[in-house]
Structure formats: C-alpha cells, structure tokens
Design a protein around this ligand. Sequence first.
Ligand SMILES: Cc1cc2nc3c(=O)[nH]c(=O)nc-3n(C[C@H](O)[C@H](O)[C@H](O)COP(=O)(O)O)c2cc1C
Ligand SMILES: [Fe+2]
Ligand SMILES: [Fe+2]
Length: 394
Amino acid sequence: MNIKEIKAGVYYVGVNDRTTQRFEALWPLPYGVSYNSYIVAGEKTALIDGVEISQCDNLVKHIKEIIGDKHPDYLVINHMEPDHSGAIKVLRGYYPNMTIVGNAKTLEMVNGFYGISENVIAVKDNDTLDLGGKTLSFRLTPMVHWPETMMTYVAEDKVLFSGDAFGSFGALNGAVVDEEMDVEPYIPEMYRYYSNIVGKYGMPVQKALAKTSDLAIEYICSTHGPVWHGELSRVVSIYDRLSKYEAEDGVVIVYGSMYGNTQEMAEAIATRLAERGVKKIKMHNVSYSHLSYILSDIFQYKGLIIGAPTYSNTLFPLIESVVQAIKTRELKNRVVGAFGSFTWASKAVSRINEVLEESHLLDTEIVSVENKQAPGNIDIEKCRALADAIVDKM
Ligand SMILES: Cc1cc2nc3c(=O)[nH]c(=O)nc-3n(C[C@H](O)[C@H](O)[C@H](O)COP(=O)(O)O)c2cc1C
Ligand SMILES: [Fe+2]
Ligand SMILES: [Fe+2]
C-alpha cells in the first residue's frame, strides 16, 4: 500500500485519491492525485503533513503499519490547504497528545479552520526540533503556495519536505521514489500542477529555491506525486525555469470559434508557423481543451497566439477566461499575438489586448489581426504575416 522506507527512519505514509474528479473543484485529475504524508522517526516521531479528510482512515492505517500503537509525538504542518490539513481534526481525535508544529500563520489557520489552539508549537525561520537522532529544521517559504507554507529539512538524512513545491498530479502506482518507476508520465503532470496551482507565485518560488540552496539535498519529498531522488536535478531545473517564466521554443495557439471563421485563421497561422520551421505547435480549441492543459502549454512555450470571435459586443467568453487566467498568473517573457473575427463591430482583439496590457506583464507588443466576416485572401495573408512576426520576435 505504497508504504516505503525512503531512508532509515524516514517513511512515506501518503495516500492515493483516484476518485476526486477535479482538484480544487477546477483542475481535472485523469490519473488521480496523491496526498503525500511522511513519518520521521527518531527517539520521538513526527508526522510531516496530513491528507485530505476523505483519506484520513487510510493515513491512520499507514501510520499504524509503521509505528503500531505508538502515537506520533508531532504533526508538522508545512501547508494548510485542506488537501493536506483536512485530516487534522480527526487525527487529533486519534492522537490527542500529538503536538502540532507550524509557524505563527499556520497556527492561526489551524485555529480558524479546526478550532485547535492547545498543544501547539510555533516555529520561526531556521528553528530546529530535535527528535533524538534526527533534527527537523524549518524554512519559511511563504506563497509556495499559501502565506503559511514552509519546508522542513532533516539534516541527518539530507531529506527536504517541500510542501506543494515539486509536486505533480497523478496518483502513485505502486512505487514512491522516482527511480523505482517510469517518471515520464509525471513530468507533464508537474507542469500542469505548477501552471494551474503555483503559477502565480514565481517570485516566491525563486525565493524558496534561494532559501534552500545551502542545504545538501538527496531527496525531495513533496506533498503530491513521486519522491524525487534520481531526477532531482531535472525537477529542480524545471521548477527554476518555470518560476522565472522561462519557456521553450514552440508556439501555443488557443482560440475559440463558433462557426469556423476564427478557426480558419488559426489554421492559416499554424500552417505558416510550420513553414517557418516551428515544430512544437500546440493548438487548443477552447471549447474542447480544458483550461488546465491550455495553461500548462502556455507555461511551457515561448509563443502565445490567442484568437476569438466578437461575441455580444465583447470577447468570446471562454477566451475571456483564458486571458484572465493568464493575467492572474502574471505571465511574463512571452511573444504574443492576437487574432479574431467579427461581423458588424469588432471587440474581441481589442479586449484580448486590453486584458493582457492591464497586467503590464507581457513585455512585448502584441501582434494583432482581425477580420470582418469570412476571411478572404487578404485576411489569410495577414494571418501568415502574424505568424511571421511571432517567429521573427522569438
Ligand atoms: C451569439 C453571437 C454574438 C455575436 N456578437 C457579435 C457582436 O457583438 N459584434 C460583431 O461584430 N459580431 C458578432 N457576432 C458575429 C461573429 O463575431 C462573427 O460571425 C465571427 O466571424 C464568428 O467567428 P467564428 O466563425 O469563428 O465563430 C456574433 C455572433 C454570434 C453567434
Ligand atoms: Fe496547496
Ligand atoms: Fe497541495
């Protein structure tokens, strides 16, 4: 049942959720998700992070497999989002003497969510907790992904419990540590997790990376997905690049189209990009691709071309959601184009430009094309010119 001794005295006791359809009621989970929880056992025992409430019984089963009828002495809370903290109140019922360890912001939330204020310890940046033979030290890493988030390090084992950082969607299919599984399916799920959940917090992630750069790390134990060991440098470099909003060569075309006119423009743009040698072209018809996957590609690739028809004197609503999601995530360093179609008074392209400019974050000017009614030869030429301009700027 996924119980694994990662290093002597450091155990994985997390759980798989294969039934929740949408993470945060938003993001699809076609391969499920794991809520990772760990035990560090010195003379005293600490449980690191909890799980979502529906999985509490499974967590307790896993804890018992490791420590039997002993009680954990501590519960360290690195992150209070309910996918990890939901089980706290029930765990307190099982283990009334277990001391809750968190920073001041964590403890305020523990009280606010679960009415627990007794038997807690507040830790500050760089504080340590001696378990006897194993020492936990804490690094506060706010906004990765909430204000209270922190990371916990075990110096004796060179293990970092990183909270959501380095996490991915996808339940764990038997193995826990990366070298004992095929990690490739988890890599796109890590991009998706980052872009959907953590994407707004590039600067805080950079600060967290800097804050942990002095630590000798052999294992990164995140709260979702595989434990990283063999792939450590790869995932750290993915996180570093994503949080700097760096991107790979390639272009994402995301468009909406009711009757095919905007789609015809999208096809013309894609054809020209390919003629210009762009190999990675990701096309999303917004009515069929979920925002989750669209964002994941947008975070991965350098070029971003957004198209939509004008709809009731404004932007086609599903594309409005996409541009708002981009604005929320403070996307930077992209080469951007916009295109659209209307019949009597245009609005779509100016609205795309408006939202992206409001965010003041896309440093390059947006290349735009808009056409009236069915795209004719001249319009198609303009679409090809848009593709050329994007390639030239990249
Ligand atoms: C429900 C609906 C609302 C529309 N509202 C506008 C509008 O306010 N202004 C306008 O110029 N065209 C409007 N149009 C026309 C479309 O923008 C135009 O036909 C466009 O070419 C459609 O692109 P598509 O074929 O990619 O869906 C509307 C069309 C529909 C179906
Ligand atoms: Fe979170
Ligand atoms: Fe999480």
